[in-house]
Design a protein around this ligand. Structure first.
Ligand code: UDP
Length: 463
């Protein structure tokens, strides 16, 4: 019998590496052999950050032409095209080599927006599926945009007071849309990239899209599109925080930045649920003006905080630019990088001020932490809407007329979320509910566990 052997493709972004690695570990636990194909830059950065990649997985790297890493300021369109060219070649060579060595590849899973991986899999007659690492709601929104609702969506972009309801999704205004849909969008690849992926899925006989979510979170959105089979297999978060069966699986294992170690002791020294944790993910840096507002909000709230401020590309520390750095350092701790899941699972953390990346969103739910949402771009505004209106575990801070969230507003939201009032109590109750439901989904027989098992069985049967 041929052993199930899945190749997972990764790209050098932390927000992709984390769910891909977790997915790999979950497959391995089901007895699947997994090989991860990723870029030289990601491998080099992981080695430099002393990340110990998860045991029992095989890693193969290829040069995507950006061996020093890709930055937000690079031409991302150019990056995608190089990645496609070089990635396709590397995947073909890997499939041929493994076959000759007697470990034939039996399926390919790739992050959405890399449809070239499906083309290569088809050439070798292998089943493949994309892993969608944003909410099902975003997939459904993009799908609707290209299937009859594009003009309606454009209409709400022109009139912020106008709301629409699309199949499987709640009421939406322009404030709730992913920024790729807005006229102000400056990234040319967003919507066209999704369309390219949709067209590629149309070429499949029985397209399946694996989604990093859970049925209970997005049951309507998962079923909003009759044509495609969206399969919830999330939340892709280290299992120690979920079923707890494998305490050693307590980190994603693929950090591109070196973790600071001084925060654990500091967290230990603080009272339960007292700390505000602030992070804007792995990619985006806030303009100084907005960082100053956050600093102001934190100082006014007078609560201890842990703030992740990554060093800039030239090594400069972002906190050195803040006018009130000294006062901040008396009240809280600023670190360049941490294990976010370790921080969110610490009993002293009571609130997460987040940019609402989907991984951060899921991690807040799995760990039962209330949030204050400061979404920036891509899917984050939609995720913030989900957190506030659907999951009801936080508040979305309101921007002023200049499009900036002021310090007083941040303080107001932190106080409501962490305070003793009705709003805070309700939010904390909901956060506990999702923590429980996330665990239910991944346990033996839970919805995501069953969905993944069925997917693996289908790969074994060749779809
Ligand atoms: N993260 C981390 N340490 C930090 C900041 C972020 O480990 O100091 C992780 C976080 O747990 C999440 C990922 O980086 O898994 C960020 O992904 P997300 O989708 O939230 O945002 P992105 O970086 O893609 O904007």
């Amino acid at each position: 019998m041929v052993h199930t052997h899945i190749v997972l493709i990764s790209v050098p972004f932390q927000g992709v590496i984390n769910p891909i690695f977790q997915f790999a570990k979950n497959l391995k636990r089901m007895g699947v052999k997994v090989t991860i194909l990723s870029s030289v830059s990601a491998q080099n950065r992981m080695a430099k950050a002393s990340s110990s990649t998860p045991d029992g997985l095989t890693f193969v790297s290829f040069s995507d032409g950006y061996d020093d890493g890709v930055k937000l300021s690079d031409n991302l369109e150019q990056f995608r095209s190089e990645n496609k060219l070089r990635g396709s070649k590397a995947l073909s060579e890997l499939i041929k080599a493994r076959s000759e060595e007697g470990f034939p590849v039996t399926g390919v899973v790739y992050p959405m927006l890399l449809p070239w991986a499906a083309e290569v899999a088809r050439e070798f007659n292998l089943p493949s599926a994309p892993l969608w690492i944003q909410p099902a709601t975003i997939f459904a929104l993009y799908f609707h945009y290209f299937n009859g609702y594009g003009d309606l969506i454009k209409k709400i972009c022109d009139d912020p007071s106008c709301a629409i309801e699309l199949p499987g999704l709640g009421k939406l205004t322009s404030r709730d849309l992913p920024t790729f849909m807005l006229p102000s969008n400056t990234f040319s690849f967003g919507l066209p990239g999704f369309k390219e992926q949709l067209d590629a899925l149309d070429a499949e006989v029985n397209p399946k899209i694996l989604v990093n979510t859970i049925d209970a979170l997005e049951s309507k959105a998962l079923r909003a599109i009759g044509k495609h089979n969206l399969i919830a297999i999330g939340p892709l978060v280290p299992s120690a925080f979920l079923d707890g069966k494998d305490p050693s699986d307590n980190a994603f294992g693929g950090d591109l930045l070196q973790k600071s170690r001084n925060y654990v002791e500091w967290l230990d020294s603080k009272p339960q649920s007292s700390i505000v944790y602030i992070s804007f993910g792995s990619f985006f840096n806030l303009p100084l003006k907005e960082m100053e507002e956050i600093a102001h909000g934190l100082l006014e709230s007078n609560r201890p905080f842990l703030w992740v401020l990554r060093a800039l590309a030239d090594g400069e520390k972002q906190e050195d630019k803040l006018s009130c750095k000294e006062k901040l350092e008396k009240q809280g701790l600023i670190v360049p990088w941490c294990s976010q899941v370790e921080v969110l699972s610490h009993p002293s953390v009571g609130c997460f001020v987040t940019h609402c990346g989907w991984n951060s969103t899921l991690e807040s739910l799995v760990l039962g932490i209330p949030v204050v949402c400061l979404p920036q771009f891509t899917d984050q505004p939609t995720n913030a809407k989900l957190l506030e209106d659907e999951f009801k575990t936080g508040l979305r801070a309101t921007k002023n007329d200049e499009g900036i969230v002021e310090g007083d507003e941040i303080k107001r939201c932190i106080e409501l979320v962490m305070g003793d009032g009705e709003i805070g109590e309700e939010i904390r109750k909901n956060a506990e509910k999702w923590k429980y439901l996330a665990k239910e989904a991944v346990k033996e027989g839970g919805s995501s566990h069953k969905n993944l098992r069925a997917f693996v069985d289908e790969i074994e049967d060749g779809f």
